[in-house]
Structure formats: structure tokens, C-alpha cells
Design a binder for this molecule. Structure first.
Ligand code: IMP
Length: 433
């Protein structure tokens, strides 16, 4: 038995929520290790949809420990809201624990204000952030002025840190962005309420995870966003502000890397991207529109329309390398049903005839000149949403996933053919060696 990390291989929204939810059945502990409430995991259980932005998807299962690790930036207002919502719908099992690391940094109102002020400013590059304050919260962490949960629970430290932060942030908000200043006392009062509400959830989660592992319990690390939104390995600067790759599962929870035995990369059968940034296989034609409609490709956090395009194996291969992915879970294959000819991008070519097949060029000028090199496959028209085995798929759908597997060079662990738990072809359980 091993511990498993699940990460996205594209630009997020690969359908990680559903896969994490499935794997959570076999896990004892489900831990998030990066990002914040910029994530949006859509789960459909018994036909009912639940969208979680912050709390790990494992929360819907009985008898689990759900952990928000030190690498996550937490908006306490969202945490309280999600707990309340789950409880009011009886979706928070009484014997499941929700814990947040005492080292996790808080998202403060000034982080949201700065995020939005920067994005709405006319000069500079617009990233198309989710506006949730994620980047500014991570900036404060790196600048060593951030406020952690352990600080929130200590009234003196919290007051002191809040005062100096509000002073500095108000300077930028008013002088640079022409925004209204924030009121320190109001934030203090608001955050005192969160401190009281959330104190029972705050813990040394690294110690708890170690204790569970010693008892032979299994951990599922739930990645948010995707490898190409990684601050180091993504299409910088059009990325999020954390490391989304599998290696951060270790750093973002306080567990050594040898505890991780398998890494499942979630790969949507096509590609989507929300926000700005390069997208070599983007389809601005009617097929892109069709995929957007059929796949219901709207951001779960912001409701924005996702840009859609063909499957890009250059992206996926880079993700396999940088995250050490050991198995691929293909999602939303059913969305491609009815498209006559399908394309898979196997390389990029620029004006000078240079080819890129293993790695996305980091230089945005070179990348913007790149054209996709495609392999074309025949599509299928049959409904595949009830397939339980690969052999249940029509010949052309089988060929499509087999080509994906061959190009990836690693085995498939599952193929998802619909939103519900039951619409899944399971090929391998990543928890068994
Ligand atoms: P931020 O994470 O809000 O700073 O946004 C930075 C970039 O990452 C923007 O392009 C967002 O659209 C994108 N992004 C952040 N979280 C997600 C996600 O969960 N899915 C897809 N894109 C995301």
C-alpha cells in the first residue's frame, strides 16, 4: 500500500475533483497542499452537484481525516462558509475530521483588494486571476510578513501583524491604485470571529499525518490547478502563485518525499484554459464552441467561459516529467463524442523550423510563434457514458485513448466517461503497488 498524489497535467479544471472523490474511498487521509479557494472541484454524487473551493473533496466521505496543509493559503471566510454549507446539506459526516495546518497562511481582505486592483489597472499584463487574493497572500508569505493560523489564534501577535500589514497595504491601495483604504478594526473584529469558529480545526497536521502513516493509513494528496499553472514550471507569468507539481505535496504538508508512492496525472481528453496566456492548440472555431458547450466549460470559481482546444501532448509530457507521474487518468472523453475528426498535438514548430515535442518553450515570444503539429484520428458517434470496460468503448474511442497512452509513455489508471462516480472505467487502483 502506498500514498498517492493527484495532480492536473494541463491548466487546471481537468476533472480532479471526481477522481479525488473516487480515490478518497480507499484513502484514510485526504490532504490539500497548495493553492487556495482559486480551485473549484465539482463533484456529482447521487445526481447532486457540490462545488468545493477550499475544503478537500474527501470531505463527503465517512470516517476520513481531511487536511488543509501548510502550503495552502486559506481565506477563513470561505472555510467557514463551506463548513456551514456542507453541514446544512448534511454532507459533512460527523466522524470525518477537518484540520488545517497551524502554519497555513491566511488570505486577508487586503490581498483580495490588491489582486483585483492590479488586475483592473490598465497598465501591465493582465493575468486573468480569480481575484481571490491568492498571489498577494503568497507574496506576503515569501516576504515573511504573512499571517498564519497560529498567529490568528494569538491575539497579541495578530493585532501587531495586522497593524503593520494594513498600514503598508493601504499605502499601495490608496497611493498607487487610487482605491479606498481598508479599516484595520473592522478586519480585526471580523477575523476574531473566524478565530473562534476555526480554532477547533487548527492543528499540527504534519505530526498528525506522520502518526497516521505509522499506523499504516493511506494518504491521498489532492493537487489544485494544473502543472502548467505552476509558478516555476508553467507558462509564466500566466500562472498561479504556488507550485502545483507533485513535489509540493511533500513540502506543502510537511511529509518527506519518500512517503509518496504514486502520482496520478489527470488529463482531460482535450485542453482548456481560463484566464490569459498562450494556448497553442486553442480552437476559436465552431468545434471549440461545441466542446465548450458539451463539456460545460465554465470556471467553477469565477464562472468564466473556459477557452477550449485539442489535446496537447507536449503539455502532458512535460507534466509527466516534472511531476514524476506514474499513471494517467483521462477525463471527459464523452465530450468528444460526435466530432468527426479529432486531433492530438504531438509537437510545436516555430518559424525557424525548430520542433518542440517534450517541453513547452519558456520564452513567450518563441511560444507565440509556435504552430501545433497534429495527428488526426477518426471520431465516434455512439454514447459512451455507460462504458465500464475499455472493451465497451467503440473502436475509435478506444483508439483515441490508446494513442494518448502510447504518446504519454505511461499506463492509464482510469477513463472517465461522464460526470457521476458510476461513469468511470477503472483500470488500476493507484493505492495498490
Ligand atoms: P490566481 O490563482 O487566482 O492568481 O490566478 C492565476 C491564473 O491561474 C489565472 O489564469 C487563473 O484563471 C488560473 N487559475 C487559478 N486557479 C485555477 C483553477 O483551479 N483552474 C483553472 N485555472 C485556475
Amino acid at each position: 500500500m502506498t500514498n498517492v498524489v493527484v495532480v492536473g497535467t494541463q491548466w487546471g479544471d481537468e476533472g480532479k475533483g471526481k477522481v479525488v472523490d473516487l480515490y478518497a474511498e480507499d484513502a484514510d487521509v485526504i490532504a490539500r497542499f497548495q493553492g487556495g479557494n482559486n480551485a473549484g472541484h465539482t463533484l456529482v454524487v447521487n445526481g447532486e452537484q457540490t462545488i468545493l473551493h477550499l475544503i478537500p473533496s474527501g470531505i463527503l466521505h465517512d470516517h476520513k481525516i481531511c487536511i488543509i496543509g501548510n502550503g495552502v493559503v486559506v481565506d477563513p471566510a470561505v472555510m467557514v462558509q463551506e463548513i456551514d454549507r456542507l453541514q446544512s446539506r448534511s454532507l459533512f459526516p460527523a466522524d470525518t475530521k477537518l484540520l488545517v495546518s497551524e502554519n497555513a497562511h491566511l488570505i486577508m481582505p487586503y490581498h483580495r483588494s490588491l489582486d483585483m486592483a492590479r488586475e483592473s489597472r490598465k497598465t501591465g499584463k493582465k493575468i486573468g486571476t480569480t481575484g481571490r487574493g491568492i498571489g498577494p497572500a503568497y507574496e506576503d508569505k515569501v516576504a515573511r510578513v504573512g499571517i498564519r493560523f497560529c498567529d490568528l489564534l494569538d491575539d497579541m501577535i495578530f493585532r501587531e501583524k495586522l497593524k503593520s500589514n494594513v498600514e503598508e497595504k493601504n499605502f499601495f491601495l490608496t497611493k498607487l491604485f487610487g482605491e479606498a483604504p481598508l479599516d484595520e478594526q473592522q478586519i480585526y473584529d471580523e477575523y476574531r470571529v473566524y478565530a473562534e469558529r476555526l480554532e477547533p480545526h487548527v492543528a499540527n497536521t504534519s505530526l498528525i499525518m506522520e502518526r497516521e502513516m505509522r499506523m499504516g493509513k493511506k494518504i491521498l494528496f489532492e493537487g489544485a490547478q494544473g502543472c502548467h499553472l505552476d509558478i516555476d514550471h508553467g507558462t509564466f507569468p500566466y500562472v498561479t502563485s504556488s507550485n502545483t507539481v507533485a513535489g509540493n505535496a511533500s513540502c506543502g504538508t510537511g511529509i518527506g518525499p519518500l512517503a509518496i508512492g504514486a502520482v496520478v496525472g489527470i488529463c482531460k481528453a482535450y485542453t482548456t484554459r481560463v484566464g490569459e496566456g498562450p494556448f497553442v492548440t486553442e480552437l476559436t472555431c465552431e468545434i471549440g464552441q461545441r466542446i465548450q458547450n458539451m463539456g460545460q466549460e465554465f470556471g467553477a470559481t469565477t464562472g468564466r467561459k473556459r477557452r477550449c482546444g485539442w489535446l496537447d501532448m507536449v503539455l502532458v509530457k512535460q507534466s509527466i516529467r516534472v511531476s514524476g507521474i506514474t499513471g494517467i487518468a483521462v477525463t471527459k472523453l464523452d465530450v468528444l463524442t460526435g466530432i468527426e475528426k479529432l486531433k492530438i498535438c504531438v509537437g510545436y514548430k516555430n518559424h525557424a523550423g525548430e520542433e518542440f515535442t517534450e517541453s513547452v518553450p519558456p520564452n513567450l515570444r518563441i511560444l507565440s510563434e509556435c504552430q501545433p503539429v497534429y495527428q488526426e484520428l477518426d471520431g465516434w458517434t455512439e454514447d459512451i457514458s455507460h462504458a465500464k470496460l475499455i472493451s465497451d468503448l467503440p473502436k475509435n474511442a478506444r483508439r483515441y485513448v490508446e494513442r494518448l497512452e502510447m504518446l504519454a509513455g505511461i499506463p492509464l489508471t482510469l477513463v472517465s466517461v461522464g460526470a457521476g462516480r458510476e461513469s468511470t472505467i477503472v483500470l488500476k487502483n493507484p493505492f495498490s503497488d
